[in-house]
Design a protein around this ligand. Structure first.
Ligand code: GLP
Length: 246
C-alpha cells in the first residue's frame, strides 16, 4: 500500500483525475470501477473538465459502479445511478451500454447479484478500481461485520452509513433505504490497480486502521493491505493518525 499525503482535498482530486486520464490514454478500453460519495465528486468534476478540453476520451471505457441502494429504481433521484449521471456520466462520453450498475429494484435479487459478478468477469475484471472510504472503514458497501460475503451481495446498512447518505434523500434519514447491493471484496481485490481517496478528519481513524492495523472484517478496507498495487491519496486531516513506515 503506497500512501501519499497531498496538500489539500483539491490536490487529492487532481492527482486522482490525472491518474485516471493517464490510465485511459495508456489503455483506451480501460475497465474502471467507480465509487459514489462526496469524496469523488471533485474527481468527477475534473474528469469532466479534462474531457471538455479534449484531454481524455471515454468512448471505449467500461465502468462498473460499486454499489446501489436496494428497493429503489435507477430513476429515483436518491439512487447512486442518478448521482453518477448528475456528477459524471452526463458530462463525459462513456457509451450507455458500457455503464454498469447493480439494479436496486431487481425482482430477483440473487440473479441480479450473480449477473453483476458475471458481467465484471466477462469484461476481464476491473483494471483500475477507484475507492472512497467509509468513516467506519467500509469500501463500496462492504460494511464491518463478523464475516464478509466474497461476491456481490445484499447488505443491511449501518446507521452511520445511512446518515452519511441522507443528503441524497433530502436529509431525511427515514427515507434512506435500509439495504444496499454491493460488489464484494473479491471483485475489489481482483482489480489490477486500486486507488483509494480519503479526505477530512472524520476518516482519520479508518485510514490509520486500514494502513497500520490488522486485517479484519471489522474494517473491510484493511484487506487492501493484501493487494500488491494500491495507492492511497490523503489530505493532511485524513492522514493525521497514520503511522508512517520508515
Ligand atoms: C458511501 C459509499 C462508499 C463511499 C463512502 C464514503 O456510502 N457507499 O462507496 O466510499 O460511503 O463516502 P464519502 O466520500 O461521502 O465520505
Amino acid at each position: 500500500m503506497r500512501v501519499q499525503v497531498l496538500a489539500s482535498a483539491d490536490a487529492v482530486a487532481e492527482a486522482a483525475a490525472r491518474r485516471v486520464r493517464n490510465a485511459i490514454r495508456k489503455k483506451p478500453d480501460l475497465v474502471l470501477g467507480l465509487p459514489t460519495g462526496r469524496t469523488p465528486v471533485a474527481l468527477y468534476a475534473r474528469l469532466a473538465r479534462m474531457h471538455a478540453r479534449g484531454e481524455v476520451d471515454f468512448s471505449r471505457v467500461t465502468t462498473f459502479n460499486l454499489d446501489e441502494f436496494a428497493g429503489i429504481p435507477a430513476s429515483h433521484p436518491g439512487s447512486y445511478r442518478a448521482f453518477m449521471d448528475r456528477h459524471f456520466f452526463a458530462h463525459v462520453n462513456v457509451p450507455r451500454r458500457r455503464i454498469h450498475f447493480l439494479k436496486g429494484d431487481a425482482a430477483d435479487v440473487g440473479a441480479e447479484l450473480l449477473r453483476y459478478d458475471t458481467a465484471i468477469e466477462r469484461a476481464g475484471g476491473i483494471d483500475l478500481q477507484i475507492l472512497g472510504l467509509g468513516g467506519n472503514g467500509h469500501v463500496g458497501f462492504n460494511e464491518p461485520a463478523k464475516a464478509l460475503d466474497v461476491g456481490s451481495h445484499l447488505v443491511r446498512l449501518h446507521r452511520a452509513s445511512r446518515k452519511a447518505n441522507a443528503a441524497l434523500f433530502g436529509g431525511r434519514l427515514a427515507d434512506v433505504p435500509e439495504q444496499a447491493m454491493t460488489v464484494g471484496m473479491r471483485a475489489i481485490l481482483a482489480a489490477r490497480c486500486v486507488l483509494l481517496m480519503a479526505v477530512g478528519e472524520e476518516k482519520a481513524d479508518a485510514v490509520a486502521e486500514m494502513a497500520n492495523g490488522l486485517i479484519t472484517t471489522r474494517l473491510p478496507a484493511s484487506f487492501l493491505q493484501t493487494h500488491r498495487d494500491v495507492d492511497v491519496l490523503l489530505d493532511p486531516p485524513a492522514a493525521a493518525r497514520i503511522r508512517r513506515r520508515r
